[in-house]
Write a protein of this length. Sequence first.
Length: 131
Amino acid sequence: MQRYNGKAVSYSQKFYDYVVLQVVREGHSAAKVSYEEGINDVAMVRAWVREYMNKRGLKRAPRRLKRRASAPRVNIPACVDTEISRLEESVYYLQTLLEESYKVMDPGQKKSLLRQLSPKLRKNLREKGKL
């Protein structure tokens, strides 16, 4: 049985940049771009894209987010991503603080607090049994 030995092909930097930008900016899949451009190895295109993103400190938006909300492809810088995670932690901390302080409030304070909460947050807290 003979194995297929693909030809060793080297691509120019301009071609490399074109392929990577087709995937990153235009939102095409690596498989589609490699098929259209005649590149036999899809993994090579994925590696190029991964290298491009890592050099610039970018992350790609999760697929489920893009499909669910029909959102365009978004490149999120790593510093922004860490800031978002830090803010999510502080929101979680404030919610737990609110739940704990609710336990020691008198009925008048509880009523005024419930009026200030959004209906969604009120519902979530009631379902958890915190209110």
